[in-house]
Structures are given as structure tokens and as C-alpha cells.
Design a protein around this ligand. Structure first.
Ligand code: KIV
Length: 272
């Protein structure tokens, strides 16, 4: 598939301008060319080649077994189908344990077609973030619930509920913005904390289970289509858009419109 017929091209400046205008943007995971074409054509601004592929494609019970080669492979597939969306790719577990490893891993993803790399963690990633960004590799910091740390966190739980932990997330997010992060992804945090961060930071904030007051929303594609791997509990923040749509393409369009129109997420998808 060629990208010569792209009608729009989303980049970081597009998202930054949307934030300033108060316009919401939509993001969704994608792992192959066919779905990348459908999702980007449906008006979704950002595609994420997420390490969630370990759970929804490979059938693992966490994202930890996913390798850099896995993400590179799916990154190439998504690039082939993309119609002008910004493509973000996950640096998988232990592919950015130290700065040189992060540079090498991120370079592999950029060569495969990523526009932004996403890293899970807080203050400990400040130097890595500045090294990547100095070398022209845009970084999305992923904070709140960080699934690669599931064994330390002890479960898929809401993060930042008490004042001290919320303040730590705010301080570390500011540190990463100052270090050069271009985006922040917040997973499973209370609505109020996400709102404060979105108002405090100048970079766009993308939320999943973070309430309606962030700049953009993201979901795992399989969740949006009501496909849940066996044995996995459907999280509160998930909405199945396929039930009311005529088609898969229609479900992606409905999601994009609901995010932009502010009807998703609704209160039942949020944590207080
Ligand atoms: O890997 C992934 O799909 C993610 C989402 C949960 C945002 O990081």
C-alpha cells in the first residue's frame, strides 16, 4: 500500500495546535496494514504500535515477553497501511534499560517508520529522554499505570490516588517535559490528576482511563471492537464501539467522532 493518496498528514505540530485550540484528538493501537488503513482513514490522528500486542495478538498475560523485533515487524506493517496518521511505537520491556540501549532500540523503530517512541516510567527516564530528543527522536512519556512494571505494581490498578503519589506524578511529568518529551500518555489515573497535568504541561496529554479532560484519548483496538482475550477482565475505561456501528470501519469513525465531540469517555469510564 502506498501513502501517495494521503489527504492529511498529522505531526507533533498538528497535535500541539489542537491542544492550543482546545480540540480533542483520537489515538488507537494498530498492529497491521489493513487496520492501520481503516483507523487512519477514519480520522484517528495517532496510531500506536503498542506492546499490548503481547496480550491481544500473542496471547500472553502481560506485555513483558514482547521483543524489539516484534515491534519493528508490526511497525513496518502499520507504516504500509497508514494514511497520514502520526505513528508512535512502544519501546518494549528492557529495550531501554540504559541510555545507549535506548538510542539503539529507538533508532530501530524510527528506521521501521515510527514518528515517536513511547517509554514507560518517570524521573529515571529524564536523561534518556533528553538524549533521544537531542538526536531528533521524539519521545512520548507513559506514566500512571505502566504495564511493563506490573510485577512491581502488583496489579492493573489506578495510580496516583493519594496526594503524595499524585504530586510525584506531576513533578516527574514536568521533569520529563523539561527533558524534551513531546507527549505524555497517562494510564489509569483519577480524573482530577489528569486535568491538572493537562493544564500544567504545555505538551499534549493523551489519556486511557484518565477521564475527559486530557487533550487526546487512546484505546486498544481490540477493546474498541469488543474482542477481549480469554481470561482478561474488560477494564472500566473500555467502550465497545462495534455494538452500535454498522461495520468495523464505522466503529473506528464513531470512536473518532465521540472523542472529538467529548462524548467519550463518559463518567462510567472514569476513575475519581
Ligand atoms: O501498548 C499499548 O497498547 C499501550 C496502551 C495501553 C496505551 O500502551
Amino acid at each position: 500500500m502506498s501513502s501517495q493518496t494521503d489527504v492529511r498528514r498529522v505531526n507533533l505540530t498538528t497535535l500541539q495546535k489542537m491542544k492550543h485550540r482546545g480540540e480533542k484528538f483520537a489515538a488507537l493501537t494498530a498492529y497491521d496494514a489493513c487496520f492501520a488503513e481503516m483507523i487512519s482513514s477514519a480520522g484517528v490522528e495517532v496510531l500506536l504500535v503498542g506492546d499490548s500486542l503481547g496480550m491481544v495478538l500473542q496471547g500472553h498475560d502481560s506485555t513483558l515477553p514482547v521483543t524489539l523485533d516484534d515491534i519493528v515487524y508490526h511497525m513496518r506493517c502499520v507504516r504500509a497501511g497508514n494514511r497520514g496518521a502520526l505513528i508512535m511505537a512502544d519501546l518494549p520491556f528492557m529495550s531501554y534499560g540504559h541510555e545507549q540501549q535506548a538510542l539503539d532500540s529507538a533508532a530501530a523503530l524510527m528506521r521501521a517508520g515510527a514518528h515517536v517512541v513511547k517509554l514507560e516510567g518517570g524521573a529515571w527516564l529524564a536523561n534518556t529522554t533528553s538524549k533521544l530528543s537531542e538526536r531528533g527522536i521524539p519521545v512520548c512519556a507513559h506514566m500512571g499505570l505502566t504495564p511493563q512494571a506490573i510485577n512491581r505494581l502488583g496489579g492493573y490498578r489506578v495510580q496516583g490516588r493519594d496526594t503524595a503519589k499524585a504530586q510525584a506524578i506531576i513533578d516527574e511529568a514536568k521533569l520529563l517535559e523539561d527533558a524534551g518529551a513531546s507527549l505524555l500518555l497517562l494510564e489509569c489515573v483519577p480524573v482530577g490528576l489528569a486535568k491538572t497535568l493537562t493544564e500544567t504541561l504545555s505538551i499534549p496529554v493523551i489519556g486511557i482511563g484518565a477521564g475527559p479532560d486530557v487533550d487526546g484519548q487512546i484505546m486498544v483496538m481490540h477493546d474498541l471492537l469488543g474482542i477481549t482475550p480469554p481470561g482478561i477482565k474488560v477494564p472500566r475505561f473500555v467502550k465497545n464501539f462495534l455494538v452500535d456501528a454498522q461495520s468495523v470501519r464505522g466503529a473506528f469513525e464513531a470512536y473518532s467522532e465521540a472523542v472529538k465531540g467529548g462524548t467519550f469517555p463518559a463518567p462510567e469510564h472514569c476513575f475519581l
